[in-house]
Design a protein around this ligand. Sequence first.
Ligand code: COA
Length: 170
Amino acid sequence: MALRARVVVKAMRLDDVAAVHEIERLSFRTPWPAHAFEQELRSNRLARYVVARAGEQIVGFAGIWMMVDEAHVTTFSVHPDWRRQSIGRQLLLNLAELASTIGARRLTLEVRESNEQAQALYRSFGFDIVGRRAGYYTDDGEDALVMTTPDLEDPRMQAVLASERERSGT
Ligand SMILES: CC(C)(COP(=O)(O)OP(=O)(O)OC[C@H]1O[C@@H](n2cnc3c(N)ncnc32)[C@H](O)[C@@H]1OP(=O)(O)O)[C@@H](O)C(=O)NCCC(=O)NCCS
C-alpha cells in the first residue's frame, strides 16, 4: 500500500496517457489501447477526462461523454496500490461537478454485475440501478447494470455532493 498523500484532480493531458494506460491495463480485462485515450483527448469534443495526482504520480483517472443532457462515465479507475484511500470518491465528485458545469442533468454509467465494490461507491453517490444490458461485456458475456444519479440539481444529489466535498476537504 502506498503512503497517503494529498491528491489533486486535474484535466488529463496527452503527457499523462502512458501512466493512465498502465492503470487501465492493471484494472481491466480488455483495456482501451493508449491511442484511444490520445484520440479522445485530441478530437472528441464531447469528452472530458481527468486524472488524480499524488505529487508527480498519476494514481487514477476518469472520463465522461456528454450525451444530450447526460454525462456518461466512460472509464474510471484507481491504481491498485492506491485503492481504498477515497481517490475514487474524489474522482467521482470531480466528474459530477464537471458534468454540472457543462450542462449535464445527471451522470449515467454501465458497471459489471459482479463489480460490487464499484457499485457500492456508485450507490453512496446517489446512483440507482435503472436497467441491465444482457451480455454487454464481450470478453466473457457478463451483463452490465445501468446506473444513474438523480438530477444533479435535486436536493438529494446536492446533499450527497456537499457531504463528499466536506469529506475530501474541497
Ligand atoms: C472502483 C474503484 C475506482 C474505487 O476506487 P477507490 O479509490 O478504491 O475507492 P474509494 O477508496 O474512494 O472507495 C469509495 C467506496 O467504494 C466502495 N469500495 C471501494 N473498494 C471497495 C472494496 N474493495 N470492497 C468494498 N467496497 C469498496 C466503498 O463503498 C468505499 O467507501 P468507504 O471507503 O467509505 O467504505 C477501484 O476499485 C478500481 O479502480 N477498480 C477497478 C476498475 C473499476 O472497476 N472501475 C469501475 C468500472 S465501472
